[in-house]
Ligand binder design. Sequence first.
Ligand SMILES: CC(C)(COP(=O)(O)OP(=O)(O)OC[C@H]1O[C@@H](n2cnc3c(N)ncnc32)[C@H](O)[C@@H]1OP(=O)(O)O)[C@@H](O)C(=O)NCCC(=O)NCCS
Length: 222
Amino acid sequence: MNGSSDGSLPSPFSSASGFQLVFRPWRWSDIDDLWRAASEPGSHLPVTLGWAKRAIESAANAASAEEADILGRRSLRSYVVRRVCGHIARSPHALISYVLVDGETNTLFGSPSGWMTERPGIAEIGLWVRYPRQGLGREMVAYLESLMFRTLRPTAIELSVHPDNTAMIGLARSLGYRDSGVVERSQVGNPQPFRERSRLFVLTAAQWHVKHRALVMSKRVV
Ligand SMILES: CC(C)(COP(=O)(O)OP(=O)(O)OC[C@H]1O[C@@H](n2cnc3c(N)ncnc32)[C@H](O)[C@@H]1OP(=O)(O)O)[C@@H](O)C(=O)NCCC(=O)NCCS
């Protein structure tokens, strides 16, 4: 199956709940669902994601639910603009930003993005899922890394993880990323650039090829 005219890719995603999940490029209209995912009761996103926490905080003093929605969406929109502009200024054409949606209702299930960093040959992936522990995070990273090694051709992909983010650390390990320890780096694309400690997990192009070949072979054997 080939990708469709709206840029969606052949989707290997499945979910236990039986939704037909589709992987397609991010659109500005996704902001509404992004806000819903960040603000719905019990959402785990504001716990680890600064942009989700800031959006919730900016809506906290609203006089009505409608105003809260406007303020939350405004905060998210300005974060995305800064982030996208920052990436485009550094390396045009080197940002891949997708969403995973239910193909029928367009409900957002999560979003992985990949980009080339300012360090030559080094790409990074970031992601979130709306409903954790269904295997979607691992599938999204595996799919995006494959897309990136084939198109952007980095020498390595890094996952830059907050040292306390046990879910993401587990995910990185389960996909064969090597733990390269904790580093302190400036974060770009945030309202005020700041330095942040993160644990780096790295997959080189050579390691990905080995992993990919093993996967292809195992599918042939089955
Ligand atoms: C991190 C995140 C993307 C993981 O996605 P997910 O869909 O829940 O993860 P998966 O179900 O694919 O799990 C893959 C592996 O990750 C690890 N993992 C996932 N959630 C975990 C948790 N809560 N605790 C420990 N390990 C966990 C496990 O090793 C798991 O494999 P297993 O289920 O076979 O044991 C998700 O928790 C999330 O969106 N968190 C908020 C946003 C975020 O922190 N993004 C990362 C920023 S760097």
